[in-house]
Design a protein around this ligand. Structure first.
Ligand SMILES: [Zn+2]
Length: 397
């Protein structure tokens, strides 16, 4: 079944959303700000004109559903409208606009069960304002409890003050979903070299963050002989190189030291302490953990402390097969793709909601940057494939 989507609506609504939060350096739409609300209003205007009911849940997620939507069994698509500071036009907005265009096309086509269709714009996906990534979806599934609403931004304003007063009341609403689809600009450079338009996501990687530190002994940079020095930074330098080596030695793993510090920090003082961060990701939890264990074993003097982990999220094989079938039927090239970033679809998948993502080819592999891009033809192919796949999914209970 092929569904005719309104490509011009995609163009108009994508442009309308991205008229908000646009600045010299890129797009900035933090959650619960005027820019974000204005972008939401563009989407709500189109959705309501087409007869959908638009409402925010207690966590601030925007649900667009049929007036006769059932309590559960919803076949939904969506993404988010917030951005990182000075981000791109695509990350998030593309997914919300694509979802709405696909759902409106399915409704216009009169597919049976259309009242089960839904579009969701998740709140605060990027987490850059309050350090609360995937706030909306994590609150739905219960990963975030009520205390997270006390997280404060750089101005000391809490989520509770800026946004919803009791987000925890949204907990459990993910159980309304029988399926969740998310279209997203590719973050990386796999599709362009393969000359393929769409990446049908297999999974989101296992991720984790650690902080590490190593102690030495401060001493005079001139009078302390090289032999016998206890230079904390020299040990840390070896550790950083080992992060690279261990990640390379474990297929599918990536490791990054993104922040580093030295004490006391004098030009003529041997460092007494060095510290930093470790971000490690891999296709599965065991590989991620093996990299960190290898580092700990190789550097007993470096204290490596766990900060946070996200387990690998595996996407639904049935939904993936439906997307591949729809792409094949339309002559759109598609391939398996794993993602190493966090997304609401991953949160939902980990909570048992059958979920899937479709990544659209990025010619430069850049994301979280105003240069982020997918060609319009590829974006439109993704919308068409999404609509067809949702029609096929809707035909099943
Ligand atoms: Zn995103």
């Amino acid at each position: 079944m092929t569904i005719a989507c309104d490509h011009d609506l995609f163009r108009r609504l994508f442009a309308a959303v991205n008229a908000h939060g646009r600045g010299e350096a890129g797009w900035t739409r933090p959650p619960w700000t005027d820019a974000l609300r204005a972008a939401e209003a563009e989407v709500i205007g189109v959705a309501e004109a087409a007869g959908l009911v638009c409402a925010h849940d207690p966590a601030g997620n925007l649900w667009m559903t049929d007036p006769a939507a059932p309590a559960d069994g919803l076949v939904a698509a969506g993404s988010h409208l917030d951005t990182v500071p000075a981000g791109g036009a695509f990350d998030g907005a593309q997914g919300v606009v694509s979802a709405l265009v696909a759902v409106l096309a399915l409704r216009a086509a009169g597919v049976p069960g259309a009242e089960r269709l839904a579009v969701i714009s998740f709140a605060d996906e990027e987490g850059s304002r309050f350090d609360t990534p995937c706030f909306g979806s994590r609150t739905l599934v219960g990963t975030f409890g009520d205390e997270v609403a006390d997280s404060r931004d750089a101005d000391g304003i809490s989520i509770r003050e800026a946004g919803p007063p009791r987000p925890v009341d949204a907990a459990g609403l993910h159980q309304r979903l029988a399926a969740y689809y998310e279209i997203h600009v590719e973050q990386g450079l796999a599709l362009e070299p393969a000359d393929v338009s769409l990446g049908i996501a297999t999974r989101l990687s296992a991720r984790g963050r650690w902080e590490w530190s190593v102690s030495g002994e401060a001493n005079h940079a001139g009078t302390t002989p090289m032999a016998g020095r206890r230079d904390a930074l020299v040990c840390a330098a070896a550790f950083v190189l080992a992060v690279q080596a261990e990640a390379e030695a474990h297929p599918g793993a990536v490791g990054t030291v993104g922040r580093i510090g030295v004490e006391p920090g004098g030009t003529n003082v041997v460092p007494s302490r060095a510290f930093g961060t470790l971000d490690c990701r891999a296709l599965d939890n065991a590989t991620r953990d093996a990299v960190v264990e290898a580092l700990r074993a190789g550097f007993p003097d470096v204290a490596v402390e766990h900060r946070s982990t996200d387990d690998a999220a595996v996407f639904d094989e049935g939904l993936r097969a439906g997307l591949f079938a729809a792409a094949t039927a339309r002559g759109v090239s598609a391939m398996d793709l794993a993602s190493y970033a966090g997304h609401d679809a991953g949160t939902l998948a980990l909570a048992g909601v059958p979920s899937v993502m479709v990544f659209t080819r990025s010619p430069n592999g850049i994301s979280h940057n105003p240069a982020e891009h997918s060609d319009e033809a590829v974006c439109l192919d993704a919308v068409d494939v999404l609509a067809d796949a949702m029609a096929e999914r809707l035909a099943r209970p």
